[in-house]
Design a protein around this ligand. Structure first.
Ligand SMILES: [Zn+2]
Length: 74
């Protein structure tokens, strides 16, 4: 299980990736703790790697406490 609570809601790797991406994604890896704090509120940041399409792999970072999110598309 790699489900986490984000902003009071349980998320799976897939639902977290889709929340950050804004649309459906193909596949997501387990959620991990990112070694960084949220620049907006100082909360804990988690990361999830996922494939938004068959040719792309990106890593999303999401604060567990607020709306802050960032996608590293290399
Ligand atoms: Zn935050």
């Amino acid at each position: 299980m790699s489900n986490r609570v984000v902003q009071g809601r349980m998320v799976t790797p897939e639902s977290l990736a889709e929340q950050v991406e804004g649309e459906s994604i193909l596949e997501a890896e387990p959620i991990e703790d990112a070694d960084r704090d949220c620049p907006e509120c100082g909360g804990d940041v988690i990361s999830v790697g996922y494939m938004p399409s068959v040719t792309a792999f990106v890593t999303a970072y999401k604060c567990q406490e607020c709306d802050w999110a960032e996608v590293d598309r290399d």
